[in-house]
Design a protein around this ligand. Structure first.
Ligand code: BGC
Length: 730
């Protein structure tokens, strides 16, 4: 009988020296500038287990050959690379992918990313990022799936499946990495790498579930976050990396540090030197060090001193070797690019286009604005810094993306309708941050002469992503002024906004007749946007994150708690309504800001369509269910528009009374349905009482009996509601 993976791991480990073991726990930067001879020498002596950032397949193959043929143990390498939303063919940023609410499509897009990365010799990526993100100031919200536990968890699973396929050892499958464990998205004031303080109930109910979903889906690796969680940086956090991950979740993959984050434990102020940092990280549960030398310099010494046991090292090495066996690297470590589809295949580009199409959210559409009817237009003014910016539409983290594949909105509009309407283009601003208004006159002139002005606004890719947080998330530069000036022409104004985060649009929304929010839509963003503008397709994206009215509202998210004094329209006061002399007692007495509304500008789950959908007849299959049973919740959805379109039907739930306070709404299900004009669908969701479980005061996952409210609708603010009760007759 052939040996099992575990037997092979044990057999291999048995012959390894301590130095070779530490080698397996060491990842080195192999990007350009790192001479292959240097790597070669360390590879031959078994001092490297993984390389990062080398994507020349010939170089990768040579490194693998040296590791396998010229080192003592012949252990192949893990070859890591960030493949965040596509490799060569760039798909929408993950936040945009989340806006599709279409996990199957996200999985398909990720599969193309895996196939392309594998063709370059990559067998491991650092994605998906599954950090719940409720702060749009944080630049890394672009890499996330937004604010919602369920939506993020579903997207996490979709991406893990896309990267890893049914079988990790299949050609084209690469190991995934769920990151950044955990609560990185909660960094104070959205400043990247800053502190996080998250109570354990919130950690377990909000931040950990997407990681658990990824682990249950078989994710091969995990990465702790750079940030400090409740006083213990995640890289040295035994509670996260051992208690939760190994003891509670039985994770049997491996943990890789973030870039040099082990040595940063000293900068955090947790340790005095690199040796202590290596000790803290290794004892907390970090198996492999990414791009640092704390492990290679100190682990062996710590073992020799007796501070770290050889068993602990063996466990970490076994975790790494297990992944290598599962990837089939011992059978096949050399990549034959010819076995994989070409880069930017027709299917990859088609999937990128479909993802872009489904990710765009229609935020506003005054009657008669969109879709544009080309037959009734003579001329169209295309204006703005992002109309024809092939690189910028790709978004953050696109190391290997091919900008030349980008089809910009301007060129897509020209190809779609250029033979039937006069398309005039003025960039108006050098870039989104520009404060120079000289070119506005030219833009105003073409808007004056046109039947419609389409403004391509937003942020370039450099304004979001790692270490690119903003304190003011309105349209940068003089874009609001550009909108105002174009508005004055009297020509209808449509904004297509490309950005890496939700923006505060309060100062432009009234000056726009329609707004399409396109995120950074990737290479095929242009054709997708053109199809939506001219009605070839109807928008169907829904917001994966709340759009605040102003920065001071942050954090604002749909699943907030009720508080003891919830705001409502009749118990809030506006600053402008306060009398000269105002005794304290006259002021509202509820949880609101005096200087803005207590609601967001656009709620989570929101997105319009060229059709419109009526929801009715919500019902539950039972008024009362026993703990351990399921209830079916259904509603009728009718397309009252005059075109066929997709709608994303959403189910929300509230646990009214519990031993710890529960959110006012939680997404519990969603489904994309396609309806013809006049067609009605009955959409059903089965909810098991386990789906309503949460971690309470005792930190155990429990469903508490009691009264529940459920809503079905097209966004998180809708009001069609039913009720049921969970009882426990035992
Ligand atoms: C990021 C990770 C990324 C790593 C490797 C770090 O700076 O935080 O998300 O995977 O770099 O590029």
């Amino acid at each position: 009988m052939p040996a099992t993976t575990e037997e092979r791991v044990i057999a291999l480990l048995a012959g390894m020296t301590l130095a070779e073991k530490v080698g397996q726990l060491t990842q080195v930067n192999a990007s350009e500038g790192y001479p292959p001879e240097y790597l070669g020498e360390r590879l031959r002596s078994g001092h490297i287990g993984s390389v990062i950032n080398q994507v020349d397949v010939d170089v990768v193959n040579e490194l693998q050959r040296i590791a396998v043929e010229e080192s003592h143990r012949g252990i192949p390498l893990l070859v890591g690379r960030d493949v965040i939303h596509g490799f060569r063919t760039i798909m929408p940023i993950p936040l945009g992918q989340a806006a599709t609410w279409n996990p199957d499509l996200v999985q398909a897009g990720t599969r193309h990313a895996a196939l392309e990365a594998a063709k370059a010799g990559v067998n491991w990526t650092f994605a998906p990022m599954v950090d719940i993100s409720r702060d749009p100031r944080w630049g890394r919200i672009a890499e996330s799936f937004g604010e919602c536990v369920l939506l993020t968890s579903r997207m996490a699973v979709a991406m893990v499946r896309g990267f890893q396929g049914d079988d990790l050892s299949e050609t084209g499958s690469i190991a995934a990495c769920a990151k950044h464990f955990a609560a990185y998205g909660a960094v104070e004031s959205g400043r990247d790498y800053a502190t996080t303080n998250v109570p354990e109930t919130k950690l377990r109910n909000v931040y950990l579930p997407p990681f658990k979903a990824a682990v249950d889906a078989g994710v091969a690796t995990l990465m702790p976050s750079f940030s400090d969680l409740n006083g213990v940086p995640a890289t040295g956090n035994e509670f996260l990396l051992t208690q939760v991950l190994r003891d509670e979740w039985s994770f049997d993959g491996f943990v890789v540090s973030d870039w040099d984050s082990i040595r940063q434990l000293q900068i955090h102020g947790l340790t005095e030197n690199d040796r202590e940092s290596a000790f803290e990280a290794a004892t907390a549960g970090v198996d492999m060090e990414m791009a640092g030398d704390a492990y290679s310099d100190h682990l062996a010494g710590l073992v020799e001193e007796g501070r770290i046991s050889i068993d602990a090292i063996d466990t970490a090495v076994a975790n790494v070797l297990r992944a290598k066996f599962r990837l089939g690297l011992f059978e096949q470590s050399i990549t034959n690019p010819a076995e994989l589809p070409p880069f930017a295949s027709e299917q990859a580009l088609a999937t990128a286009r479909e993802l872009a199409l489904q990710s765009v959210v229609l935020l506003k559409n005054d009657p008669g604005t969109l879709p544009l009817c080309v037959d009734s237009l003579n001329s169209v003014a295309v204006i703005g810094p992002l109309a024809d910016a092939p690189y910028e539409q790709l978004g953050t983290w696109i190391f290997d993306g091919d900008e030349s594949l980008s089809v910009t909105p301007l060129s897509a509009i020209q190809s779609l309708v250029g033979d039937r309407a006069d398309i005039r283009y003025v960039r108006a601003m050098e870039n989104s941050r520009s404060k120079a208004t000289e070119a506005f006159d030219e833009a105003i002139a073409i808007a004056n002469d046109a039947d419609v002005a389409i403004l391509f606004l937003g942020e370039e890719s450099i304004l979001s992503g790692e270490a690119h947080s903003r304190a003011d998330i309105s349209l940068p530069g003089d874009q609001a002024e550009l909108v105002r000036r174009i508005r004055e022409t009297g020509t209808p104004v449509i904004a297509v906004i490309l950005a890496g985060r939700p923006l505060t649009l309060t100062n432009v929304v009234d000056n726009l007749d329609a707004i399409l929010f396109a995120w950074h839509p990737g290479a095929m963003g242009g054709p997708a946007i053109a199809d939506l503008l001219f009605g070839v397709e109807s928008p169907s994206g829904k917001l994966p994150a709340t759009f605040p009215r102003m920065v001071g509202q942050i954090p604002i998210y749909y699943s907030q708690k009720n508080s003891g004094k919830p705001p409502s329209p009749d118990n809030v006061v506006r600053i402008d309504d306060i009398d000269t002399y105002a005794p304290q007692t006259s002021l509202g007495m509820s949880a609101f800001h005096l200087d803005t509304c207590f609601t967001p500008l656009f709620p989570f789950g929101f997105g319009l369509s060229y059709a419109w959908f009526e929801y009715s007849n919500i019902r539950t299959s039972a008024r009362e269910i026993e703990l351990g049973d399921s209830v079916t919740i259904s509603a009728d959805v009718t397309n009252r528009g005059d075109i066929a379109a997709d709608e994303i039907v959403q189910l929300y739930c509230r646990d009214l009374v519990a031993s710890i306070t529960r959110p006012v709404k939680q997404l519990k299900g969603f489904r994309r349905v396609h309806l013809q004009p006049g067609q009605t669908a009955t959409v059903e969701f089965d909810l098991h009482t386990d789906d309503l479980a949460f971690y309470g005061r005792d930190m155990r996952l429990t469903t508490e009996p009691g009264e529940f409210h459920v809503w079905i609708g097209g966004n998180s603010a809708m009001e069609l509601r039913a009720e049921f009760r969970i009882i426990d007759s035992d």
